[in-house]
Design a binder for this molecule. Sequence first.
Ligand code: 2AM
Ligand code: CA
Length: 265
Amino acid sequence: MIVRSALLNVMMGAARKAARNLVRDYGEIEQLQVSKKGPADFVSSADTKAEKTLRAELKKARPGFGFLLEEGGEIAGDDKSHRWIIDPIDGTTNFLHGIPNFCISIALERDGELHAGVIYQPLGDEMFHAEKGAGAFLNEHRLRVSARRKLEDCVIATGIPFLGRPGHEVFLKELGAVMAQVAGVRRFGSAALDLAYVAAGRCDAYWETGIKPWDIAAGIVLVKEAGGYVTDFKGGSKMLDNGEIVAANDHLHQPMLKLLKSARG
Ligand code: 2AM
Ligand code: CA
């Protein structure tokens, strides 16, 4: 049996509690698909509700910590060295369409460094968790990134810039370069779960641009603790600032960076 820190127990407890309502709300979505108004408003209220639960649970357990919330923005705490970075539903478009690939993502930043991450996919009851120096886990099982070395054997996850976002043409260049060399490319629609999948060795690499801190903060801890590499497109560590991310196993990280760089020109 693994012994988890009190901190991870707090994070997982908050995620499970918020997930109970999310699952109930998700069950209602199917009926709302056919209504004239559509489920969009309903989803945004599910989002807000989940965020409120997460905030309340985490505040109860660690009263001084600050927050960076997808919906609520930045909320300063008395304890300036700790900040929660939270996405109440990552994969909102999936949730809205009744596609079960969505999750809750909670990261803890300590003194400006990502320290712990929890990503919970409630419909599959998959609890991904990691703390700096203590390894990455899926439920009770230790995670390790894949060992694949040849791009031709690899499945690579990515995110497509959505409507209204710049970068569609550049993305098509990246996709063209990657798809020509790998076994398959996947677009699952939740950046947090894409990173969890790299940590679990299900996907060999993942890249995306235009991504927000709450989409990736917890997943970065998971991939690193599972023995993988995570950088921005230049190979630096400014992912939360510039919204660029390339995560991969130790063999593929440099080849992926090179491939994306040459594709972008
Ligand atoms: P979200 O579900 O929290 O919005 C997938 O490429 C990533 O982009 C997801 O993690 C998703 O996070 C984010 N994203 C933000 N806005 C989006 C949109 N309108 N359509 C699709 N993905 C979006
Ligand atoms: Ca998100």
